[in-house]
Design a protein around this ligand. Structure first.
Ligand SMILES: C[S@@+](CC[C@H](N)C(=O)[O-])C[C@H]1O[C@@H](n2cnc3c(N)ncnc32)[C@H](O)[C@@H]1O
Length: 420
């Protein structure tokens, strides 16, 4: 058992039970009332927001439920070791996004979009979100009137402030605030920063991001730093990483350390291997692997993330890693065409999973081992089916609960190429 985490192994497997069913079994409507009361006590916007699909279960039941779901999907390929949970599963999101608007009475509100809509559900404190980040968002909301900053209205395309994004460094405590505006000018920007930092001196950088498009994307292309260095730094598994506003960085850093440790354990590196870190983001997994491998090649589509990765390698003095910016599928294909040799592929694609171009190039490259980190077990199962049809076999797998109270889960699989 790992210290400080809830770890469900096979022998602890039980049938999933919603929290309300585990007590003294009150009858029908009484039970429903109790369940609704509990949900409301934990979160007043539980039903409206829709993000916490598993809030009605206690945490142990959530882990069992997630494990069952993943195991069912992966059954044709192999068995899951367990589901690694958190000992304190609240307030784990270190990246918090709030959308700003007005309610029906014209009051300024900030919160989240109701799932699948652009209706804003006001949120004061969220069970999932870092509490400091929530407090900063409330402070900004309170400052808008005195700075004469109007919130943006999608229907009329009028107003300035669309979103606020806050990122909090897990180990460093550094904080980034990104103000997403409809147009580039923030009135009295220096005084705004001064007033904000007076309330929250731990803020280390403030950035204005301009999003002038009618889009569901939060961040636009243009950025202007109005305070600090444009990035925050954080530490994971003993290494420092730079994080820019648009770079991917796992939202739950406490669990990320466990996720990365498992990925490295599954890679079983001896110190001589050539490792490919595909979909590498800011190069986190690759840099940790580099200390145990011959050399590492990282590939990532997002330019800002690659820039952060290169800076991170320099800062951590990792000399045996190179990063390439581009589509991972195209990159793998050119590697396969050039007859390059790769021993281990670490891959961590987005929710959509990998592409057929990537997978067919992987099959040509014939790495002995593939460690697949997935935030969507359905696309993982699809890609596993493809790779198992081409000679790979799942040898190990484990779930990591990166997103307590929600239906989402992270899974790591290790596959080996079976020699014929
Ligand atoms: C789930 S994140 C993983 C990042 C990194 N491994 C980590 O743990 O922080 C997926 C990454 O894939 C990148 N990405 C998405 N599509 C890509 C593609 N076609 N080629 C390369 N990278 C891509 C995204 O920008 C993102 O950084």
């Amino acid at each position: 058992m790992l210290p400080g985490v809830v770890y469900f192994y096979e022998q602890e497997e039980m049938k999933m039970e919603p929290r309300s069913n585990q007590s003294s079994k009150p009858a029908g409507s009484q039970r429903t009332n109790q369940k609704q009361k509990k949900e409301k006590n934990i979160c007043p916007v539980y039903k409206k927001c829709g993000a916490c699909q598993l809030l009605h279960m206690d945490y142990a039941a959530q882990l069992r439920y997630k494990k069952e779901q993943v195991q069912t999907l992966l059954k044709p390929y192999g068995k899951l070791e367990g589901m690694i949970g958190m000992d304190a599963p609240e307030h784990y999101r270190h990246k918090v996004h709030a959308v700003f608007g007005r309610d029906a009475r014209g009051n300024v509100i900030s919160g989240v979009y109701k799932e699948g809509t652009h209706i804003i559900v006001p949120v004061e404190n969220c069970l999932l979100e870092n509490e400091k980040a929530d407090a900063i968002i409330q402070t900004i909301r309170g400052m808008l009137k005195s700075f004469k900053i109007k919130v943006y209205d999608e229907d009329t395309d009028y107003g300035l402030l669309r979103h606020v994004l806050v990122r909090v460094g897990y180990k460093t405590g550094q904080i980034m605030v990104v103000l997403v505006l409809r147009s580039p000018i923030l009135p009295s920007k220096n005084n705004f920063v001064k007033a904000l930092r007076k309330e929250h001196p731990e803020i280390t950088t403030v950035i204005v991001n301009v999003n002038d498009k009618s889009t569901s994307m939060v961040l636009g292309e243009k950025e202007q730093v109005i305070y600090g260095p444009r990035y925050i730094e954080d530490e994971l598994c003993g290494m420092k990483f730079k994080i820019s506003p648009r770079s991917f960085y796992q939202v739950n850093p406490r669990q990320t350390e466990l996720l990365y440790q498992k990925a490295i354990e599954y890679a079983e590196l001896s110190g001589r291997e050539t490792v490919l870190d595909a979909y590498c983001g800011t190069g986190t997994i690759g840099m940790i692997a580099a200390t145990r491998a011959g050399k590492v090649i990282g590939v990532e589509l997002n330019k800002d993330a690659v820039r952060d990765a290169v800076a991170g390698a320099k800062q951590n003095q990792v000399g045996n890693i190179r990063f390439y910016q581009g589509d991972a599928g195209a990159f793998m294909t050119s590697m396969a065409d050039a007859g390059e040799k790769v021993d281990v592929v670490l891959m961590d694609p987005p929710r959509t999973g990998s592409s057929e171009t990537f997978l067919s190039a992987l099959v040509k490259l014939k790495p002995k081992k593939v460690v697949y980190v997935s935030c969507n077990p359905e696309t993982l199962a699809r890609d596993l089916k493809y790779l198992c049809g081409k000679g790979y076999r799942m040898r190990k797998g484990v779930g990591v609960d990166m997103f307590p109270f929600t239906k989402h889960v992270e899974v790591i699989i290790m596959m080996r190429l079976v020699e014929k």
